[in-house]
Design a protein around this ligand. Structure first.
Ligand SMILES: [Zn+2]
Length: 435
């Protein structure tokens, strides 16, 4: 292992929704961290200083990606790795799709060898997509978490879904068994584990309450779905209005709040149809939302047609959020596809402030922040881990600003969505090439 590496390319490091540092034909010096195989970013410098730096850091490895784009690796804060086989199909609506396609597919993960093989296959998809961090849902089975954490590249948070009611027989867990499994896995994996009630419809409130306590005790995360479709909200309110202790509950978020699921380590998928009261609850508890635009997109664009996330209102309430693929409801694992869907849908809805700079920030640093790793990840700044992707691009003109460069590099037509992984030509985790 060489002590130093120098990377050359058009380096983009997100700052916030509106700005990114852009080092056009810039260089990044990486240095091996003490007693580890992790490379950290030591400094940025201009190409005309290259010769001098090569003399200074003898035996350093030079990786020349001139003309290509270099961005942080992606962080996907909501996806179901056990739904890889149902993601590209045409879908109808959330509840029917779950019942008719998703759940029968997830039942196959009862077989441990099948799960192991699938996890190895899925790890390759993650590398191809350039997604190396984030939060993932497994099936109800313990080994869907064990093999995900063992096989996947990078560093993920994973959880087994909890399904103790209104579920098919082959995915139905007994309440006590579900709690015991969470107890075992949360103490085993700590903050790499997420307590994962599938959603309020399938998980008893007693189970949500007990497992939320276990999450807090083990410093684990909590992830679930919230207010994805209006039909789902009606079903939740119908079920809970009849449950003792929940008769007076007015909103879906309040159900979760009563069970102790809200908090700074909680990630709620979707949050499309939220009332003001719910937004206040999410904000005051420092909970986060995973916004999944390609999953929520119209059926014609291979989503579930759940509606468009109200970005204006979410930002007004200053709620933490990041982008996510939500495969299998989202059709593609690629965060570049998610970014396309995000920019396209929100700009079409008149939100002219939505940009590619914002899309990149929300696909990298904002997710790392939610996963608690932003001190070391999500930006290509001095002191951070060298987790980055090399993106192929036809051309980047010197007069272009970062927004124009990102748009030119990432924007594709609907019929070319499936090709987006091909844009990722190299993947580095902690400075080491993984693809
Ligand atoms: Zn989901």
């Amino acid at each position: 292992m060489t002590q130093h590496k120098i990377i050359i390319g058009n380096i983009v490091s997100p700052i916030d929704d509106h700005q990114a540092n852009y080092f056009r034909q810039g260089c990044m010096l990486l240095e091996l961290e003490k007693n580890s195989n992790v490379y950290l970013i030591k400094e940025h410098f201009n190409l005309n200083e290259l010769k001098q730096k090569m003399r200074e850091y003898k035996n350093c490895e030079l990786l020349d990606f001139s003309g290509k784009l270099i961005i942080p690796s992606f962080c996907d804060t909501h996806f179901h790795w056990v739904q890889d086989d149902v993601r590209e199909m045409n879908k109808d609506n959330l509840l029917d799709w779950l019942k008719n396609h998703t759940w029968p597919n997830e039942a196959k993960f009862a077989d441990e060898q099948y799960t192991k093989n699938k996890s190895v296959e899925f790890a390759k998809s993650l590398i191809k997509a350039g997604t190396l961090t984030g939060a993932v849902y497994g099936s109800i089975h313990q080994h869907s978490v064990d093999y995900a954490l063992e096989s996947f590249p990078g560093d993920f948070i994973a959880g087994n879904v909890l399904m103790t009611m209104n579920s098919p027989d082959d995915l139905l867990q007994k309440q006590q068994e579900a709690i015991e499994l969470v107890s075992k896995l949360s103490s085993k994996y700590k903050n790499r584990y997420a307590v994962t009630p599938r959603f309020a419809i399938t998980t008893h409130p007693e189970v949500m309450t007990e497992t939320a306590k276990l999450a807090h005790a083990s410093d684990s995360f909590i992830q679930t779905h919230l207010c994805e479709t209006t039909q789902e909200i009606e079903v939740v309110m119908d079920i809970y209005s009849k449950l003792p202790g929940f008769e007076k509950v007015k909103t879906y978020t309040e159900v979760y709040e009563k069970c102790g699921l809200l908090g700074p380590k909680s990630i709620f998928g979707h949050g499309i149809h939220l009332t003001d009261d719910e937004l206040i609850m999410l904000k005051s508890s420092s909970s986060s939302i995973a916004h999944c635009p390609s999953s929520n997109a119209p059926v014609a664009r291979r989503g579930l047609g759940s509606g468009l996330f109200d970005l204006d209102v979410i930002n007004k309430h200053n709620i933490s959020w990041s982008l996510a693929s939500d495969i299998g409801a989202g059709p593609y694992l690629s965060m570049i596809d998610v970014m396309n869907s995000f920019v396209h849908q929100h700009q079409k809805a008149g939100r002219s402030y939505v940009s590619w700079v914002m899309a990149l920030y929300r696909s990298t640093y904002a997710g790392e922040r939610i996963c608690g790793n932003h001190q070391r990840r999500g930006k290509l700044e001095v002191g951070k881990e060298a987790n980055f992707l090399v993106i192929d691009t036809e051309r980047i003109e010197s007069s272009w600003d970062v927004e124009r460069a990102l748009k030119n590099c990432f924007e594709v037509n609907e019929d070319l969505r499936f090709t987006l992984d091909q844009k990722v030509s190299a993947v580095f985790w902690q400075g080491n090439k993984v693809s």
